[in-house]
Design a binder for this molecule. Structure first.
Ligand code: AHM
Ligand code: MG
Length: 337
């Protein structure tokens, strides 16, 4: 279970001991990821100083080009993960194609998918942003991973998590044995176990959606949101609207407090017929986490974890959060189909 205050390294190693056949590869992979997360956290915290030290996309005081933070995060993750021998392939929301492990480094049996800096349009306003990751086992033969290894359904994930760069930096992840949260103690540079076995409330009082798009939503979704706004103290309505527009931050708050996050399809909007969020880098990993915390995630039609991807950058409607809230949403969808 772990004890509050222990380092993430110790907690992972102690949990690994419960699996005598573990090779240590997943542990090694997570350690590499954690290192990258600390560096990205440091850079995100410095973001407000870019005007002082050199604008992003221009040269800094040392005459070096300053990369946009999402590009920086992408490169940092790649560099932290390419040589450890744990991965056979990677894919990133920031890259069109799969990312191969360089020939000079050994290959492993895991696949890493990531959104290096989600919500990065919020950086200039000092709003919380995050990194999301998803880990699968290689399923094809051969040393090098292929696209097929990346196109696996959520229920096949081995681990998933996110790092939220907020008032403090937190790492939240699952390996299928519940969800734990670790807060970065900047004075020692370690993530410290702070949230043991997170369980999301079975029902919340918050809904999170970009309601500016509501006229593009299907009828079931619109009726559901209207229902949440009606007064009925027996069922805790009206709900409060909380929408940051930064998925990791909206998800993290709802995970702890309970509630429902919705990014439905915009059926009448040709730009977003399948919603905005990506199955592999956003929906699937968060679905794994929410299920491990007792919640649910659906596209309205299917459980997110059951969707077999056909494309690397496939989009999917995402409705995710407290179990009772997602079930009520599904009822509205089936009654208005
Ligand atoms: P990004 O991957 O370009 O950062 O976009 C994803 C973000 C999510 O963090 C957030 O939930 C969503 O976009 C908000 O979209 P909108 O501004 O349409 O409400
Ligand atoms: Mg994103």
């Amino acid at each position: 279970m772990g004890q509050k205050g222990m380092s993430v390294q110790r907690h992972i190693v102690e949990q690994e001991r419960d699996f005598p056949k573990a090779t240590g590869n997943l542990t090694g992979l997570l350690m590499d990821l954690i290192y990258a997360a600390k560096i990205i956290s440091r850079e995100v915290n410095k973001a407000g100083l870019v005007d002082v030290l050199g604008l992003t996309g221009t040269e800094n005081i040392h005459g070096e080009e300053v990369k946009k933070l999402d590009e920086y995060a992408n490169d940092r993750l790649f560099k932290a993960m390419d040589h450890g021998g744990h991965l056979c392939i990677m894919a990133s929301e920031e890259r069109d194609d799969v990312i191969h492990i360089p020939d000079k480094f050994p290959k492993g049996n895991y696949v890493l998918l990531f959104d290096p800096l989600d919500g990065s349009s919020n950086i200039d306003a000092n709003v919380s942003i995050g990194t999301i990751f998803s880990i699968h086992r290689k399923k094809t033969d051969g040393e090098k991973g292929t696209l097929e290894d990346c196109l696996q359904k959520g229920s096949d994930q081995v681990a998933a998590g996110y790092i939220i760069y907020g008032s403090s930096t937190m790492l939240v992840f699952t390996t299928g044995q519940g969800v734990n949260g670790y807060t970065l103690d900047p004075s020692v540079g370690e993530f410290i176990l702070s949230h043991i076995d997170i369980k999301t409330p079975s029902k919340g009082k918050i809904y999170s959606a970009n309601e500016g798009n509501s006229k593009f939503w299907d009828e079931g979704t619109r009726k559901y949101i209207d229902y949440l706004k009606e007064k009925d103290s027996n069922s805790g309505r009206p709900y409060s609207l909380r929408y940051i527009g930064s998925l990791v931050a909206d998800f993290h708050r709802n995970l702890l407090y309970g509630g429902i996050f919705l990014y439905p399809a915009d059926y009448k909007n040709p730009d977003k017929p399948k919603g905005k969020l990506r199955l592999l880098y956003e929906a699937s990993p968060l679905a794994f986490i929410v299920e491990q915390a007792g919640g649910m995630a659906t596209s309205g039609k299917e459980n997110i974890m059951d969707i077999v991807p056909t494309e690397l950058h496939q989009k999917v409607p995402l409705i995710i959060g407290s179990r009772e809230d997602v079930l009520t949403y599904q009822k509205f969808i089936s009654e208005n189909a």
